[in-house]
Design a protein around this ligand. Sequence first.
Ligand SMILES: Cc1ncc(C[n+]2csc(CCOP(=O)(O)OP(=O)(O)O)c2C)c(N)n1
Ligand SMILES: [Mg+2]
Length: 350
Amino acid sequence: MDRETQLAMLRDMLLARAFEERAAEEYTKGNIAGFLHLYPGEEAVAVGVLHAAEPSDYIVSTYREHVHAMVRGIPPRRVMAELFGRRHGCSRGMGGSMHLFDRERRFMGGYAIVGETYPVAIGIGYAVAMRGLPEAVICFFGDGAVNQGTFHESLNMAALWRLPVLFVCENNRYQIGTEIHRHSAVAEVYKRACAHRIPARRVDGMDVMAVYQATAEALGEIRSETGPRLIECETYRYRGHSMADPGTYRPKVEVQAYERKDPITVAIAETLPRYPTPEEIAAAGPDAIEGLIGAMNDAGRLTAAQLDALKAEVTQVVEDAVAFAAASPEPTLADAQAALDCNRNGEVLI
Ligand SMILES: Cc1ncc(C[n+]2csc(CCOP(=O)(O)OP(=O)(O)O)c2C)c(N)n1
Ligand SMILES: [Mg+2]
């Protein structure tokens, strides 16, 4: 992987964490109403998957989708304004946290109904397949969504019609307060795909590089018209299910164990330059010393100063997003009417 991609992924993960923590703060201040499902701990999944995707791919996500939307390119200020329910939000203030949407960026929505993403994704996949385009649809869902009927119905159709859909399970081990072993007879989600002959694999969802690699491979296969794929990302959310949930059902040690595997800390460790030890230089041989140092410097990916600069930048982006959201007016009744009318006498063509 080239350094730019790795740095961009690190930046997006830092931004995701800062944005979500700030959203929590704004919620407690009363600036965000309704449900607010946050993503800290799961950043490596959205960032790894979406960096491996093409802009021409379609994304269908759940209600825990702020980070997916931002990695897809929706400006953080438009996302924050949507969380605030304001007119300049990406859904014009009429969707809120769970219903971010951006047709231009092919971000086909966050969906609040558990298991709702699959039928939407296969519908889009069907349209893509009919037109024979090299595009794919990425369909996110949680571990708690795999016991919905739509999961099996959609996987069956996707496999039967060889639809270009990548199913991505964000397995954070919990469906609200119910741990996966208590809601699923088969707790290894990827194994369920074999019932529909869909090639599937499990990856460490706390490792952004692993997620990126697995996605790139799967999308490559999908683009060669071999049908759908499924990836199960094992991840964890640090916070409760939503802001309304203190998450007391989880043992403290479990949360702490996952925090130790924090994907951002891991990504930083992987990008920090590691200079060769004297033993490695000796093992490489005298002729290779210059070459080895040069190569490590090229791959030597991040200085402490660069990291500080990245952190300062994302803090600024989040500040700007909040100021933008707060200054944006609330939508009017006329806006609501216009939104209702927008699709009258015509279907949405993607
Ligand atoms: C059909 C349906 N049933 C119940 C709910 C209430 N509900 C909202 S989120 C959720 C848990 C889903 O868990 P999971 O799929 O693991 O996603 P996570 O929240 O962990 O990301 C439930 C049951 C819903 N939104 N839709
Ligand atoms: Mg879950």
